[in-house]
Design a protein around this ligand. Structure first.
Ligand SMILES: Cc1cc2nc3c(=O)[nH]c(=O)nc-3n(C[C@H](O)[C@H](O)[C@H](O)COP(=O)(O)OP(=O)(O)OC[C@H]3O[C@@H](n4cnc5c(N)ncnc54)[C@H](O)[C@@H]3O)c2cc1C
Length: 338
């Protein structure tokens, strides 16, 4: 285990932002993790996974711990289900492909989400009608202050819409080292009604889809809709879709009957943030190298040399305009590193 100094983080964040880590350490084993957390002289630690959900706005004056723990193992099995434990540094999409190769169902709708498996609980990753919490059993995390490991059950994680304990009270306090998931070996429960999955399956000529077909459909839709960070720096959806109370929704719906919405519960409604941003005229707009994607108003992009501060300033301008126009606050989904 080596502690490096003044390391560029450009390759380590999907926005492709140039920023430096004062200190940098690649954590490849649980022993490394234990050792590095006990080192004296580095009071500030910063946890880095795949860097696909962060906007770095300045150099990081801390010891950046790049979590690269690897390994997948089966920890329990019945005729119907299999429980697996996945180390935090395993790439999420590679994990999805692994589960498909074994015919384990449950995370096929979450295909092609960038980042690490250990980060998946932080915002309870979700797409196309499925969230991590649907297959989650527990995770192991190490307390940054004491280096003592702790198991977090599903209840402990307090999962919500792109939210968890680790994004709130537990923020920056624990490093997730592994995640346990329960997947289906037989009688896969298919989720095809969300988004354009059914339409894509039809276009692919598939009548009776398998989990692999669903994964392929999701991959095709995502490739068409979302920019690949390798080609255009971005962090996926920059904002969360706002959830309105029934009274706020009824008043909004009265003023904007054409606006799309999803009923979440009897008393709450979700409005697509992308629609609100598009109505404010930001879709496809570019300010220097900071812009809003041409196909998806929810995605802020770096055309090359935008700084984190420039991208943040654009995000704040969008939030203000949406508030002025609709009286609705849109929160960031991306972690802003200030
Ligand atoms: C093109 C694109 C599409 C996307 N689509 C989706 C989508 O459909 N659904 C979705 O939910 N997300 C989506 N995302 C967001 C992102 O992929 C996920 O949030 C992913 O889980 C982030 O993982 P990461 O390892 O890259 O996290 P990072 O960006 O490295 O870290 C995110 C936060 O978690 C903390 N962290 C990282 N690792 C750990 C750890 N082991 N323990 C504790 N804290 C940690 C970091 O300090 C940071 O605050 C998308 C992103 C992109 C670029």
């Amino acid at each position: 285990m080596q502690i490096l100094e003044n390391i560029s983080l450009k390759q380590y964040n999907t926005f492709g932002i140039e920023a430096k880590a004062r200190f940098f350490c690649e954590v490849q084993s649980l022993e490394d993790l234990n050792q590095v957390l006990r080192l004296k002289g580095y009071p500030q630690k910063f946890i880095l996974g795949g860097g696909s959900n962060m906007l770095i706005t300045k150099d990081i004056d801390a010891l950046v711990l790049f979590i690269n723990l690897k390994g997948i193992r089966v920890i329990g099995e019945t005729a119907q289900e299999v429980d697996i434990e996945v180390m935090a540094g395993e790439n999420w999409h590679q994990l999805v492909l692994y589960t498909l190769s074994k015919n384990y169902g449950g995370i096929e709708n979450l295909s092609l989400i960038p980042g690490n498996t250990g980060t998946a609980p932080i915002q309870n990753i979700g797409a196309y009608g499925v969230e991590l919490k649907d297959v989650f059993i527990a995770c192991e995390a190490v307390d940054c202050a004491t280096a003592i490991p702790k198991t977090f059950s599903k209840t402990d994680c307090k999962f919500g819409y792109r939210d968890s304990f680790f994004k709130n009270e537990g923020k920056g306090k624990y490093i997730i080292s592994s995640v346990q998931l329960r997947l289906q070996k037989v009688n896969h429960k298919l989720h095809t009604s969300y988004g354009a999955i059914e339409e894509e399956l039809r276009a692919m000529g598939i009548v009776k889809p398998t989990i692999k077909d669903i994964s392929n459909a999701v991959i095709r839709i995502r490739r068409h809709k979302l920019p690949d960070p390798k080609d255009l720096g971005n962090s996926g959806s920059f904002f969360k879709n706002p959830v309105l109370s029934k009274s706020a929704f009824l008043s909004f719906n009265n003023s904007y009957p054409e606006a799309p919405f999803y009923k979440v519960t009897a008393d709450t409604y979700k409005i697509p943030a992308g629609w609100l941003i598009e109505q404010c005229g930001f879709k496809g707009k570019r300010y220097g190298d900071a812009g809003v994607h041409v196909k998806q108003a929810l995605v802020i992009v770096n055309y090359g040399t935008a700084t984190g501060a420039e991208l943040l300033s654009l995000a704040e301008r969008i939030q203000e305009k949406v508030m002025q126009t609709f009286g609705i606050a849109i929160a960031t989904e991306v972690n802003i590193i200030k």
